[in-house]
Design a protein around this ligand. Structure first.
Ligand SMILES: [Zn+2]
Length: 50
């Protein structure tokens, strides 16, 4: 009997967690195709920084 594992709708990899845009049915990816970054180290999070 073949077990069926969940697969990410974005990258197709087997995954344990998928990330969904809050309040929508839009899936952004899973732990394989997304990575978390500390916002304090992300220049894009400080668009007005000089
Ligand atoms: Zn994925």
């Amino acid at each position: 009997m073949k077990e069926v594992y969940p697969h990410c709708p974005v990258c197709g990899e087997e995954c344990e967690h998928v990330y969904r845009e809050s309040g929508t049915d839009t899936y952004l990816g899973c732990e394989n195709c997304l990575e978390e970054e500390d916002a304090w180290n992300c220049a894009a999070c400080f668009p007005d920084d000089e």
